[in-house]
Design a protein around this ligand. Structure first.
Ligand code: FAD
Length: 319
């Protein structure tokens, strides 16, 4: 399989189409997900990201008045979906690999599984806190920050595993991507601090960046400038999500800490139903894509959230 950085190099300045999918809710059919990816093959994505969803805790009141804590995983199957994508579409899958919920040893095992499957690309993330908790807590003997996990993957790329010291073991060969936030990660005290930690991920060995979604291209362009000024030279892939319901005007900023431009807010507020809002979201995203392509974005990376009809319409307009 081919590394993301190599896909970008081979495109020689032409913007690539790519997407992110999320595993179905446990018990749902994988067919729906694959059927949603199928129409997007028209735009020849060289890679598809698959998100990872850690365990969640549910507190259930028992008849005796006590509270029982249940651990559940709502969207398992990241690795299986990666394998299905490889076999059905012949496309490079990019599994997301998290600090949260993993010890270093479990991470090592996970990465070995990926290597055996022939998966050479990973997007390395800290992950969100385990729901319903608000603070991120690493597992005992796990990583606290994505930069530490990047270092572990790089060690394995040099043949250094956890317990075997620096003897010459078979090295892995992962191309590592990391996340970044044009509008700052919500926990960071300021964008300079956030940038310092992003640089640490690159210095530790990450080879490209994928951004959080944004609706105002100016935020992305300013962020790219800030990265370059900080000495970050790797490709910075913009993440895009077309707005698809009126409710998302409030929901997306509260979940992802992003700014909705006034013009978009006005256009969506004028909609009488979600169908009209979806159309506004498509048109807005088409404009974003055209500007990003004109200014040389290496990839347009779409967050599909399991639905592809609006992405298809956008890609037909711009690719
Ligand atoms: P980090 O880079 O570790 O940063 C987290 C915070 O800690 C930041 O505020 C940073 O400034 C700060 N920080 C970093 N290093 C240090 C340090 N050494 N000391 C002190 N502070 C530090 N979540 C999932 O659960 N599953 C997914 O599949 C998933 N996919 C995503 C894909 C993309 C493209 C993006 C943008 C996000 C994704 N997320 C996913 C969400 C992500 O896990 C959260 O945003 C998480 O809160 C931060 O992850 P990170 O890798 O950016 O963390």
């Amino acid at each position: 399989m081919t590394k993301i950085t190599e896909h970008i190099r081979r495109a020689a300045g032409k913007t690539i189409f790519s997407l992110e999918v999320i595993p179905p809710i446990k018990g749902d059919n994988l067919k729906n997900l694959l059927d949603n990816i199928e129409p997007l093959m028209e735009f020849k994505p060289p890679f598809i990201d698959v998100t990872y969803h850690r365990e969640e805790y549910i507190e259930r009141p028992e008849p005796d008045g006590t509270i029982k804590k249940i651990v559940t995983r709502k969207r398992p199957g990241t690795v299986g979906i990666c394998s299905a994508i490889m076999h059905r579409f012949g496309v490079d899958p990019v599994p997301h690999v998290l600090c949260g919920g993993f010890t270093k040893g479990e991470t090592e095992d996970f990465l070995i599984d990926l290597q055996y499957l022939g998966i050479d690309n990973v997007l390395v993330l800290r992950g969100d806190p385990a729901k319903p908790y608000k603070d991120f807590k690493p597992k005992e003997n796990g990583h606290s920050y994505a930069s530490e996990l990047v270092a572990q993957v790089c060690d394995m790329n040099r043949g250094i595993y956890l317990h075997e010291g620096e003897t010459a073991l078979s090295p892995t060969d992962f191309c590592i991507g990391v996340a970044a936030y044009p509008e700052k990660h919500f926990e960071a005290i300021d964008s300079e601090t956030d940038m310092r930690y992003l640089k640490q991920k690159i210095d530790n060995g990450a080879e490209y960046i994928v951004t959080q979604m944004f609706f105002d291209n100016a935020k992305y362009f300013a962020f790219v400038d800030q990265c370059r000024a900080a000495g970050i030279t790797v490709p910075i892939i913009p993440g895009l999500k077309p707005l698809s319901t009126r409710r998302q005007l409030d929901v997306l900023p509260s979940i992802f800490y992003l700014h909705m431009p006034e013009d978009l807010v006005g256009a969506v507020k004028a909609c009488e139903n979600d169908q009209q809002a979806r159309q506004v979201g498509i048109e807005w995203c088409v404009q974003q894509c055209r500007e990003l392509m004109a200014k040389g974005a290496p990839v347009l990376h779409f967050y599909t959230m399991g639905k592809s009809d609006n992405i298809t319409k956008i890609a037909r307009e711009v690719f």
